[in-house]
Design a protein around this ligand. Structure first.
Ligand SMILES: [Zn+2]
Length: 162
């Protein structure tokens, strides 16, 4: 889906996604009859949304994850190593060499990176239970132009989809 607009929708993207979510709920819960031209028969199709491809700002809108600031790396999370550039004032995210295989030659390079060798491996991935605990009580308000009561309903529907 491409959204053509002079301005990006921001958190109002859920207005665009609402019909898609309704379709996926139907396909997941009940399925839809579709025709298989090769087998020349109909069958019940069940579908789910597996992943999305989007830019980093849209990722923030879709996931409620902060994509700005010192802890903005969604992989490193609380273990994000960030630094503000002296002249550009941009925040950059460091220590991603630790995701390379253990003792990769880049681990020892200093000058090409931040002046330090990489000392430890990647952070431990969260378990499914830990992810659920983190997203279970997310309190966010989408739909800038719609009353919050409706937004809470959307949030509840989105959680049910997970
Ligand atoms: Zn990171």
């Amino acid at each position: 889906m491409m959204i053509s607009s002079p301005k990006q929708p921001g958190n109002d993207i859920d207005v665009y996604l609402s019909p898609v979510i309704e379709d996926f709920k139907l396909m997941w819960n009940q399925g839809v009859e579709v025709f298989d031209g090769f087998a020349n028969e109909t069958f019940k199709l069940h579908a789910m949304l597996f992943c999305t491809i989007n830019d980093f700002p849209a990722y923030g809108n879709l996931s409620c994850y902060s994509v700005k600031g010192n802890k903005a790396c969604p992989i490193c999370k609380e273990d994000t190593a960030s630094q503000q550039l002296k002249h550009g004032r941009k925040t950059v995210y460091l220590r991603h060499r630790r995701f390379l295989r253990s003792h990769h030659p880049y681990w020892r390079l200093k000058k090409a990176f931040n002046g330090h060798q990489e000392a430890s491996g990647p952070p431990t991935p969260l378990t499914g239970v830990e992810v659920y605990e983190k997203v279970n009580n997310i309190d966010h308000t989408f739909c800038k132009s719609i009353k919050k009561v409706i937004c809470d309903k959307h949030l509840e529907e989105e959680i049910n989809l997970l």
